[in-house]
Design a binder for this molecule. Structure first.
Ligand code: SAH
Length: 411
């Protein structure tokens, strides 16, 4: 979107002045594929998502009204751009055209944090004046491959990751100085080296060239360390709404033993730790588990333990050991959970299960399995609009089991 093309997030009405030649308020819609609903008024988007969830899940339980945003534009706290060389224009920054590796130049985007967009444009212009070459995926020639910017929603801390095809940025010091002069709000800059022919943005090797190498942000009153490679929800405003609903569904009283399965950097576990006896997080990604342990320390939380394991294997071990659990939060990836996990859940039989899903189809599949085989019933389902302008839907859902064992008491 160009600056003068206004978008009114509050009313959900786009001004006609914003219509581009391609008939969209976004000049690259149709090429990008990121925002299926970019030209639909926001209220319509919410209605559409509500209907979709109702159609799919109303047979399981009551579907509450979707939680939307008051101001849905520019919600993404993590912004990525790819660089390429274009004849006549020099280095360009943008996105891959849908289902291809052609780079479409993008000046600004309705989804992305605006400060991050400004920084990306500055990196591109500085690259021109420093005569840095854009990396060419076919030949493997050139240096500058991607840039990733992460913005702390509450703290305002900003991380810039320059992804390079080779480790040598000769004018590193001057480049950092110039970029920080233009954007003093940047708190850390890293170089990440990715010399593989891959669609992954980040490579293995990382070097901090300015600041502390990570940012911190706040969520639900807790502070979280976020490093370049760890998963962190991209819409901070809606994450707080999602977690608040999840905590409400859990009905914690301060005594319960709680499992946070697929816990990432421990955000849910640490957000509810104060209302539980103890919390146990399990997560497959090593870096995320390391961050979760550190985050417990930062927040002086003593009743949280984190384990690196497959969630299904871990819960099965808990079931085999006869462990008692009162509440399970589960937030699996798009592929959903596994029969191994769900069987262990049915065996442990916690009183309440709070299922957070970013893929309604796999949620429906797992609910069918859970409710068909056990005494679990869905209590309530709430869609949360974590991804305005896109077709993606997030859902939080509560289940309870009358046949569960009484609460555990943690001494
Ligand atoms: N609850 C967290 C993370 C949710 S994303 C948050 O809100 O931030 C899903 C997480 O599941 C990712 O961190 C991913 O690494 C993890 N994951 C994927 N497969 C897994 C498995 N088999 N066992 C445990 N964790 C897994």
């Amino acid at each position: 979107m160009e600056k003068k093309k206004t978008y009114s997030g509050e009313t959900g009405k786009e001004k006609s002045a914003g219509q581009k030649r391609n008939g969209s308020i976004c000049p690259v819609s149709g090429k990008c594929g990121g925002c299926q609903y970019v030209d639909m008024p926001y209220k319509e988007q919410l209605k559409k998502k509500q209907r979709q969830v109702e159609q799919l899940l109303k047979g399981y339980g009551k579907v509450m009204p979707i939680i939307g945003m008051d101001a849905p534009a520019h919600y993404r706290n993590k912004v990525h751009a790819v660089f390429a060389f274009q004849k006549g224009r020099g280095i360009i920054s943008g996105i891959y055209q849908e289902k291809s590796h052609r780079v479409v130049p993008v000046e600004s985007c309705l989804l992305e944090n605006q400060k991050a967009g400004e920084i990306i444009r500055s990196v591109r212009e500085l690259a021109k004046s420093f005569k840095l070459k854009a990396y060419d995926e076919d030949s493997g020639y050139g240096l500058l491959r991607h840039v990733l910017v992460r913005v702390g929603h509450i703290t305002g801390e900003i991380m810039v990751v320059l992804v390079l095809g080779s480790p040598v940025l000769s004018s590193k010091k001057n480049f950092v100085n110039e970029l920080c002069k233009l954007h003093p709000e940047i708190t850390t800059i890293l170089v990440n080296v990715n010399n593989k022919r891959t669609s992954m943005v980040l490579g293995e090797k990382e070097q901090v060239i300015y600041g502390k190498g990570f940012i911190e942000d706040e969520l639900c009153g807790r502070r979280f360390k976020i490093s370049a490679k760890s998963f962190y929800q991209v819409n901070s405003v809606q994450t707080e709404a999602l977690y608040a609903k999840a905590a409400e569904y859990a009905q914690l009283t301060g005594k319960e033993t709680v499992v946070d399965a697929y816990c990432g950097i421990g955000t849910i576990a640490l957000a509810v730790a104060g209302q539980a006896g103890k919390v146990i997080g399990v997560e497959l990604n090593k870096d995320a588990v390391r961050d979760a342990v550190m985050n417990a320390k930062i927040n002086r939380i003593k009743n949280a333990d984190f384990y690196q394991n497959d969630a299904g294997r871990f819960l099965t071990q808990m079931a085999d050991a006869g462990e008692k659990v009162d509440v399970v939060f589960m937030d699996p990836p798009r592929s959903g959970s596994t029969e191994e996990f769900l069987d262990a859940l049915i065996c442990i039989r916690p009183k309440r299960v709070v299922y957070i899903s970013c893929e309604p189809e796999t949620l429906a599949r797992d609910l069918k399995y859970l409710t068909g085989k056990s005494g679990y019933r869905v209590q309530e389902i709430t869609p949360v609009d974590m991804f305005p302008f896109t077709g993606n839907i997030e859902i939080v859902c509560s289940l309870s089991n009358r046949k569960s064992k009484p609460d555990t008491q943690v001494k």
